[in-house]
Design a protein around this ligand. Structure first.
Ligand SMILES: Cc1cc2nc3c(=O)[nH]c(=O)nc-3n(C[C@H](O)[C@H](O)[C@H](O)COP(=O)(O)O)c2cc1C
Length: 175
């Protein structure tokens, strides 16, 4: 796919097939996580590929969102704030780093014909417990990874001129 097609094809997939994913495909998606930029090049991102059906089921129970029942695998992104982006008196960059990793993997997965869906609503201590993630790590995002059972219609978006400005906030960008 070309890049525009990747952007236009991606959408949140909440129904999955059981079709297994080849290891080389998963590796290409993890490569996207490796190539992601991080604040001060800290590379604090950690990605857990959850493929064991028993662990997958435990994670589903923890997430508690009914639609996840057909999910065959998950990617879980966590990061340690102390070893990542906390600039003194500035922004905390570690969630930004982790979100970029999520988006990179999500787009790489789309390019492979795979479905994903950001999951940001979960019981973080429980996810840590299920996946043996150390307490010093924050779990920032989870996504299913699997072949979509259907391709939902794209959601309506705000217009570019409603969200993007020309030189200063509020100046209409000519599109
Ligand atoms: C940070 C973040 C957290 C999200 N958390 C959830 C979630 O917990 N459960 C869910 O079903 N979708 C979740 N979503 C998916 C959004 O609902 C979805 O991206 C949005 O409705 C746009 O739809 P689209 O992704 O198909 O374009 C989340 C998205 C983002 C960016």
């Amino acid at each position: 796919m070309d890049f525009t097609e990747v952007l236009q094809t991606r959408r949140s997939i909440r129904k999955y097939l059981e079709t297994p994913i080849k290891d080389e495909v998963i590796k290409r998606i993890l490569h996207a996580a490796q190539l992601s930029p991080t604040w001060a090049h800290k590379q604090g991102q950690r990605v857990i590929v959850v493929r064991d059906p028993a662990v997958c089921n435990q994670l589903k129970d923890t997430i508690g969102q009914k639609w996840t029942e057909t999910v065959p695998n998950f990617l879980v992104v966590c990061i340690e704030p102390e070893q990542s982006g906390i600039a003194p008196n500035k922004m905390e960059y570690y969630p930004v780093d982790a979100a970029i990793v999520m988006q990179s993997m999500i787009l790489a997965a789309t390019n492979e014909g795979l479905g994903t869906c950001w999951i940001g609503w979960f019981d973080e201590p429980e996810v840590r417990r299920v996946l043996s993630i150390p307490e010093s790590y924050r779990v920032i995002g989870i996504t299913p990874l699997g072949y979509p059972a259907s391709q939902p219609q794209p959601k309506e978006r705000k217009k570019i001129e409603d969200i993007c400005f020309d030189n200063a906030f509020g100046n209409r960008f000519p599109v």
